[in-house]
Design a binder for this molecule. Structure first.
Ligand SMILES: CSC[C@@H](O)[C@@H](O)C(=O)COP(=O)(O)O
Length: 351
């Protein structure tokens, strides 16, 4: 059985609290936008697609129970709350894109006089609910496209060794995952020899979440700390690196978990192809390069502590950017649900 980070049934939303994993599997109930905002901001749910889905579902729940009496108030409510949800974490584009699309939908339903307030609510909610299924379908296509691309470059039936960073699996999406989806597909095709996952300091998404998913799915895997990537590439003949994305600019520059950039530099040095796996919902067609991406900075405590345990000397100051930008020139391909693109081919997808 695959892991489910988001459970949504009969207008009831529960998320697996990722702050407690892997020690505890506990679901928490999200009753509305305020709960959604807090869960995203505290990183009880994280990963670009999952952030958008949980944010939008938290609003769908609120609208289901909302007593607003006019379409005008409903439209205003939707816009205000979506913009509030976007402010929960700034780097991943998925929530912002979903908000823009849903605001446009609300405007259109508001203007259409044949649509009643109940029909407006129902249409809005069903659009949000579709995000869950669409995301899983997209991830499966990404998995297949990515596996084929990587295998194209391998001789005969040889097996591959993949390195990944952060968590891009079922816990970061509606299910299956993006970069971890590619790994799942390679494993299903019996072409994966081994996967290496980084610990992903400071929040340890790799050690806590990716390792948990890999063990759960019985995929052959080894955990390394972030500073071992150079040694790994030198000694263990890595076939490809596959990571996810929080925002991809139209020139292919990619924001992803802090540490991604240094892995891409090392991959270039060692001649290992470096891939970004991401759905089109993670591509920001409004920005031409990574220079326009806002990088979230998180509290010092994530650096000074592991869980409740302080590891850093008292009094030291910290810098804790949650993401970095990998320049397009270091990326061999962007694996999407629509195919694999060279970074320079992305722009034409939006013409
Ligand atoms: C499919 S998840 C893609 C990205 O969101 C992922 O690689 C990542 O960087 C997650 O960062 P996080 O800070 O855990 O939300």
């Amino acid at each position: 059985m695959s892991l489910k980070a988001i459970k949504y049934e009969n207008h009831n939303l529960e998320i697996l609290d990722q702050l407690l994993l892997p020690a505890q599997s506990k679901y928490i109930n999200i009753k509305g936008v305020e709960d959604g905002w807090k869960a995203i901001n505290k990183m009880q749910v994280r990963g670009a697609p999952a952030i958008a889905i949980v944010g939008c579902l938290s609003l769908a729940i609120e609208i289901q129970n909302d007593k607003v009496e006019s379409k005008k108030d409903l439209r205003q409510d939707i816009e205000g709350k979506l913009n509030y949800l976007v402010s929960s974490r700034p780097t991943a584009v998925n929530m912002k894109k979903a908000a823009d699309e849903l605001i446009a939908l609300a405007n259109q339903l508001y203007k259409d006089e044949t649509v009643t307030i109940d029909a407006m609510k129902a249409k809005f909610i069903s659009n949000v609910e579709a995000m869950l299924e669409n995301d899983i379908a997209d991830n499966k296509a990404i998995g297949e496209n990515g596996a084929k691309e990587i295998l194209l470059k391998m001789p005969g039936d040889s097996l591959v060794r993949i390195l990944t960073h952060c968590n891009t699996g079922s816990l970061a999406t509606a299910g299956y995952g993006t970069a971890l989806g590619v790994i799942r597909s390679l494993h299903a095709m019996k072409r994966l020899e081994h996967v290496y996952c980084t610990e992903t300091r400071p929040y340890n998404q790799g050690a806590r979440l990716t390792a948990y998913e890999l063990v759960h799915d019985k995929i052959p895997a080894t955990l390394i700390v972030d500073s071992m990537v150079g040694a790994l590439m030198k000694q263990r003949n890595i076939s490809a690196v596959v990571v996810g994305a929080d925002r991809v600019a139209t020139n292919g520059d990619t924001a992803n978990k802090i540490g991604t950039y240094q892995i891409a530099v090392l991959a270039k040095f060692h001649g290992v192809p470096f891939y970004v796996a991401a759905p089109f919902t993670s591509i920001d067609k409004k920005i031409s390069s990574g220079d326009h991406i806002v990088i979230e900075e998180r509290p010092d405590r994530e650096v000074t502590h592991v869980g409740e345990h302080r590891i850093a000397a008292q009094g030291i100051s910290c810098w804790n950017p949650a993401f970095d930008i990998t320049p397009a020139s270091l990326i061999a391909g962007i694996i999407t649900e629509k195919g694999v693109f060279l970074p320079q081919q992305l722009k034409e997808q939006f013409n």
